[in-house]
Design a protein around this ligand. Sequence first.
Ligand SMILES: NC(=O)C1=CN([C@@H]2O[C@H](COP(=O)(O)OP(=O)(O)OC[C@H]3O[C@@H](n4cnc5c(N)ncnc54)[C@H](OP(=O)(O)O)[C@@H]3O)[C@@H](O)[C@H]2O)C=CC1
Ligand SMILES: O=C(O)C1=N[C@H](C(=O)O)C[C@H](O)C1
Length: 235
Amino acid sequence: MKIALVGYGKMGHIIDQIATKKGHEVVARLNETPTLENLNNPDVVIEFSNPEVAFNNIKVCLENKIPVICGTTGWLDRKAEIEEIAVENNSAFLYGSNFSLGVNLFFALNEKLANLMKDFSEYNIQLEEIHHTHKKDAPSGTAISLAEGIIKNNERFDAWKLEETLNEELGIFAIRQDEVPGTHSVYYKSEVDEIEIKHTAFNRNGFAVGAIIAAEWIIGKSGNFTMNDVLFNKQ
Ligand SMILES: NC(=O)C1=CN([C@@H]2O[C@H](COP(=O)(O)OP(=O)(O)OC[C@H]3O[C@@H](n4cnc5c(N)ncnc54)[C@H](OP(=O)(O)O)[C@@H]3O)[C@@H](O)[C@H]2O)C=CC1
Ligand SMILES: O=C(O)C1=N[C@H](C(=O)O)C[C@H](O)C1
């Protein structure tokens, strides 16, 4: 397939290497707003840029009927608008806060654990995410997805909060440290014990492989999708 990379930073470079090894053709590598000209007629756009520019980048691509896989986090207050644009243009859009297979399995485990724990209010739930110091948004998109998975399965909660410490109920504590690719933990703490589930990314390859699998999957489809559709065939 012909891929246009919109956002050619840390993720763009790794996706370029892995996609090329898989036999795909990278037809554009952009660190600027995409246009019909500079996109160079791709089958699909993979968008990993930054929270300020992602909305406009995705909109331009969808309006030109090019399917978009978006990994950029920190712009989700406008996701519903993008989903409408995808439908209006009969195009296809997939956002993933985290494309790695491991984290998508971790999302499923998190929901199952949240459901199991929903009647045990003696356990306080907290989330922690650790990322490299270059990261622009906090909390991470992955931590937000984990919190949403808990809210969906436990009616004690209707919102998460970014917190300065690891104390508050459904608080997310965001740590920025060296070059950490991404570590996420969910803690259930009682007076007498603690249950912890944790995912640690060793590098960015898992994110890149997942984004390419999503790009291969979305070609020829229209509508709005998630990694659940790609990996587990459900919404
Ligand atoms: N969903 C997932 O699995 C993952 C998501 N992410 C997310 O992806 C995003 C990118 O991460 P990462 O690659 O590490 O970040 P980088 O900062 O390394 O790369 C972002 C790139 O976007 C470029 N850029 C700036 N303006 C524009 C524009 N208008 N249009 C297109 N590109 C532009 C930047 O160029 P310049 O430097 O010249 O400004 C830079 O090269 C972040 O939001 C991050 O949280 C990251 C990893 C995994
Ligand atoms: O900025 C990053 O690096 C990452 N961002 C994503 C997020 O915000 O969850 C995914 C991954 O953790 C790496």
